[in-house]
Design a protein around this ligand. Structure first.
Ligand code: AMP
Ligand code: MG
Length: 400
């Protein structure tokens, strides 16, 4: 049996990064940059004031105080968006607004709060160092400087930066479109009345939300019955319109588990024996360059296997290089025994206290008990065959 880390690495090695596309700046958030971006201008493009106040020569006000203010003659008012027209000479000042261009001759800005205007003059009650309250040309980004590298994830600050760099569009990696199919004769659609033997279908909805959370574009392909020909037809249709396929259920060893045999006909598919709980039976493969994930049907297994395997794969397809959520140590608040020979990913409530984390499990951990995930904000990893006491530490990660 493969460990989670081994299986994940083998799988990730085969995952393709999708081709690039150009995206308009307003729809670029959430994509990964596929080009390095250099500044072609200085930011800011000119020396300007960081305050509303008076542009002065620092030497003129160096001895100014509450009792002995410096008195300067105002030569003009410079508003943001306009260029100064007068030079500031000794004994003079220009009224200046935040973001307005510094006038020649001035080397500092005294903030309005320590001044008093009197007609054409201003009293300055405090000295200021040379360059005080001045924002310099190129101090944020210098002309020619690389600002964002290939692989940079575009969050709101990066989108803002695209605009600062005068880029109306950016070259990014495509987001994967991901088809989702649930299988099982027992599954009811939303709104259908309960009948003996039937249950409400839930995995498709959870997987849809997980694909979105991972930055993919989900495509709902509905429910396939436990019928081999029908499963094959729906899987082929799903692959035809997506970059990746996720199937739920039918991949175990039951008499009606046809997903395996269908997946074998669709491409190069391996049936994994991954040493983890929940979520043992899983299939992974590639069909025509498109990844296929055969997830187990149990609701917790489906969500946890997605989190540990499918999410990093979708991130890689979208151009990310950081694929895994950070892990950290958490202290158990209760004893836990894992008699199984497989690592157990348990659903837990992780709480911060004084810089450390504690972990408390969310009750019954059966792989069908979806409520245990609803109550959790993270997963903790209990190694195979150990008994841990309260106060011992385990690896933990936040979910979603
Ligand atoms: P399977 O992997 O098909 O053998 O299903 C394992 C368990 O998960 C069974 O109890 C199924 O009824 C349940 N199950 C399978 N698919 C879903 C689904 N899409 N939504 C909710 N439960 C499911
Ligand atoms: Mg089934």
């Amino acid at each position: 049996m493969l460990s989670v880390e081994e299986a994940r690495q083998q799988m990730l090695n085969t995952i393709p990064v999708l081709p690039t596309e150009k995206r308009e700046i307003l729809s670029s958030s959430g994509y990964v940059l596929a080009e390095a971006l250099h500044a072609e201008e200085n930011i800011p493009p000119f020396d300007n004031s960081a305050m509303d106040g008076y542009a002065v020569r620092a030497a003129d006000v160096q001895n100014a105080s509450e009792t002995k203010p410096a008195v300067l003659t105002i030569v003009e008012t410079i508003a943001a968006g306009y260029a100064p027209t007068k030079q500031v000479e000794t004994g003079q000042a220009s009224r200046i607004m935040t973001g307005a261009m510094m006038p020649e001759g001035a080397d500092a800005v005294v903030m309005q709060e320590v001044t008093q205007r009197e007609g054409d003059t201003v009293k300055i009650f405090e000295g200021i160092d040379k360059t005080g309250n001045v924002r310099f040309t190129g101090e944020s980004v210098a002309d020619g400087q690389q600002v964002m590298g290939k692989g940079k994830y575009l969050r709101p600050p990066e989108v803002s930066m695209l605009a600062s760099l005068n880029r109306p569009e950016a070259t990014v990696y495509r987001k994967p479109t991901v088809a989702i199919v649930s299988t099982g004769d027992e599954l009811l659609l939303l709104g259908e009345p309960l009948e003996p033997g039937k249950i409400r279908e839930s995995n498709r909805y959870g997987l849809y939300a997980q694909v979105e959370e991972a930055g993919g574009i989900p495509i709902d392909m509905g429910i396939a019955p436990d019928d081999e020909a029908e499963i094959e037809r729906i899987f082929r249709a799903a692959l035809a319109k997506s970059d990746a396929l996720i199937t739920s259920g039918g991949v175990s060893v039951g008499e009606h588990d046809f997903v395996k045999s269908v997946l074998e006909r669709l491409g190069e598919v391996n049936f994994w024996r991954v040493a983890m709980k929940p979520g043992k039976p899983q299939a992974y493969g590639i069909s025509d360059g498109k990844p296929i994930f055969g997830l187990p049907g149990n609701p917790v297994s489906s969500l946890v296997v997605f989190e540990l395997f499918v999410r990093p794969a979708l991130l890689k397809m979208a151009g990310h290089t950081e694929l895994l959520r950070p892990t950290f140590k958490a202290t158990l608040t209760e004893p836990i025994t894992n008699r199984d020979g497989r690592v157990n990913y348990m659903r837990a409530i992780l709480k911060e206290s004084n810089g450390d984390y504690t972990a408390e499990t969310t009750g019954p951990q059966g792989s069908g008990i979806l409520h245990s995930l609803v109550l959790a904000n993270g997963l903790i990893t209990i190694p195979a065959g150990v008994t841990l006491g309260a106060g011992e530490t385990v690896d933990a990660q936040f979910l979603f």
